[in-house]
Every structure is written in C-alpha cells, then in structure tokens.
Design a protein around this ligand. Structure first.
Ligand code: ATP
Length: 331
C-alpha cells in the first residue's frame, strides 16, 4: 500500500540480504534477456511458488562487485517508493551475484516516446513530475542517485493510458552524511553535474543537474553538452555553458515556462539549482495540463537514442574511465 507521497508501507518486502546457501534456480525460472548494462545482464524470471515475474540482474562475482552490490542492496533496502524499482531478493553463487527486482515491463521511456510519436508538453511534465517524486523521496533520505539518465527511466504500462515511470539503477547512489564531504568520479559525462566531473564535493543538487539535462532532451531531442568526443563533452559540462540552440528548430515548439524550468536546473553553482521539491511546484509543472496542445517533435530524440545505444557499447565505458583519470590528474 502507498502513502500519499508515494512511499510504500513498512509491510512491503524490505530487508533483502545476499543468500549464499540457496540457488536462484531452486526458486525461479529464467526467461529472456531484458537488457544489459556495464555491470551485467538482466533477465526476466518467474518465481515458481507464486508465478510472479521479476527482473534478475546477473553480475560477475569479484571482490569489487561483491562490495558494490552489497552497498547497492543496503541502499535499496532503505528506499521503497512507487517511482523507484524495488529489490525483492538476492543471491550469491561461486561466479555471480544476482539481484531480483520488480519487473518494469514497458521498456525505456525515451524509446516508448519515439515509438508512440505522440508527445506533448503536458505529457513531458507528467513524466518529469514522476521522476521528481522519486528523486524528492530519495533526497528526503539524504540519498543522491548520481546516475540519472534516460536509460534509467523505465515505463510501467497502464492500459488505455499514458505509462507511469520508475527509476532504476542505484549502483552509484550514495547516502550523504551531515558535515561530511563526499567526492565521486562516476556517472555518464553527458548527464553528470560539473562538480562531479571536476571532483568537487557532491550534493543532492548534483541529481538536479541531471534532471535538467533529461528535461532538455525530453523536450527537444538534443543533448545540451554532447561534444564530438568524450573530451569535448567533459569540457562542455565543466564550462557549464549551454543554450536553447535558438539558431535551430529544436525548441521552436517549447513554451517559455518549460525553458525557465530547465534554466533553473542547469546552473553551474549547485546551490542555485532548484530542488526537487521546488521543481514540483514550478509554474510550468502546475500549468502543465494547459500545454496538452503543444505537440513535440520526436525525430531528434530518435537520433539521440541511436547515438546513446552506440555509446553504451563501449564509448560510455571509455568516458567513465576518463572521469576516473581526470580525477587522478586533479589530485
Ligand atoms: P549501466 O550501464 O546503465 O550502468 P547497469 O549494468 O547498472 O547499467 P541496469 O541499468 O540496472 O544495469 O540495467 C541494464 C538494462 O536492463 C536497463 O537499461 C534496462 O533496459 C534493463 N533493466 C534493468 N532493470 C530492469 C527492471 N527492473 N525491469 C526491466 N528491465 C530492467
């Protein structure tokens, strides 16, 4: 059962730990592959005792992955919200770590938008409200996601209605402790905040930059900091300079209020960025239903998705390594 703010009741499954004495196949049947990421493959599974379907992420077991997955499990045990994928079960075998999660069957949001080619500003605002609800819940617990990007926004189909969304992938998420500075070198350069790239202390506001980039792409199909190569992208983010490409047609159909919404997130100084809570009461969000007639073009987003697919097959890994080496250079 959900509270008014979307948080799930304490009776929901919560305290998952890695099972080392039991095997996944005793309890689940594995089916088709749903997706893959840098760290592993995700398959659809069915729980034999209930017939319920889940998504199981298989990650190669190494000392490093064991530490990271244990941290991810501990973190996911703290977050239960209808906009965040929930963790149901976890196993460790001699070769793999397996996280059994809620199955989100509608695919990635941006792909769905392109397939349907029927996006208006009211829809875009509705998706952003749901992203912000998940982010706000995490931020209330002082947890920063740190990997908000279009691939981590998934669709939950609602027959006859526009989909709902859920956020996935808490592999980079961190709990911020009061009075303690935290610096990280992770994330995807196109979506990551300048303070992450320059290895300065991170804030909850680091996520808000990424929400700004997601909003920009959602409304225009254009990626605001994308350069010719990883170096150029990293430099573009570091300068914190961007615009609405007024020479081109990308933002022709986008309202001024939506542009204001983005402008209040893509601020180089994290303290100046809008919080998730303030975004949820932004004038554009409140007036969103009035923008139903503002149909948005999706052809640019089609190109964006094709390029991200390519990036996922190697380029992103290089960029991530680059963030690590940039960190070393600056130390
Ligand atoms: P990344 O390279 O983005 O860091 P990762 O290795 O951390 O990826 P995930 O992002 O968690 O892995 O998952 C990879 C892909 O698997 C996702 O992009 C999505 O397509 C699919 N996927 C992940 N979780 C689920 C889920 N709960 N339900 C359905 N599909 C999922």
């Amino acid at each position: 059962m959900a509270h008014e703010d979307g948080a799930l009741n304490a009776q929901e499954p919560t305290n998952v730990h890695l099972k080392t004495n039991e095997k996944l196949e005793t309890f689940y049947e594995t089916h088709e592959k749903l997706g893959e990421g840098k760290f592993g493959y995700v398959y659809k599974v069915t729980e034999k005792s209930t017939g319920n379907t889940y998504a199981a992420k298989f990650i190669k077991l190494t000392p490093k992955s064991k530490k990271e997955v244990t941290e991810e499990i501990n973190l996911m045990n703290k977050i239960h919200h209808e906009r965040l994928v929930f963790l149901y079960d976890a196993y460790q075998t001699s070769k793999e770590l397996i996280m059994v999660m809620e199955l989100i069957s509608g695919g990635e949001l941006f792909q769905k938008i392109v397939d349907e080619d029927n996006l208006n500003e009211a829809d875009a605002a509705r998706y952003l409200i749901q992203i912000l609800q998940g982010v706000h819940y995490m931020h209330c617990k002082n947890i920063v996601h740190l990997d908000l990007k279009p691939e981590n926004v998934m669709c939950v189909p609602r027959p006859g209605n526009k989909d709902d969304i859920k956020l996935i992938d808490f592999g980079m998420s961190k709990v911020l402790e009061d009075g303690k500075e935290l610096k990280v070198a992770c994330g995807t350069p196109e979506f990551v905040a300048p303070e992450v790239i320059s290895f300065e202390p991170i804030h909850l506001a680091s996520d808000m930059w990424s929400v700004g980039v997601i909003s920009y792409v959602l409304l225009s199909g254009l990626s605001p900091f994308m350069g010719e190569d990883d170096n150029e992208t990293i430099n573009n983010v570091c300068t914190g300079m961007w615009d609405f490409e007024t020479d081109d047609d990308f933002f022709d159909d986008v309202s001024q209020l939506a542009k204001d919404f983005i402008g209040e997130l893509l601020k180089k100084n994290p303290r100046e960025r809008n919080t998730a809570e303030r975004c949820l009461t932004h004038e554009w969000i409140l007036k969103a239903p009035e923008f139903e007639a503002k149909k948005l073009k999706t052809d640019h987003m089609k190109k964006f998705i094709a390029r991200r697919r390519w990036a996922k097959t190697g380029n992103a890994l290089r960029a991530l390594t680059k963030l690590g080496s940039l960190k070393k250079e600056r130390l």
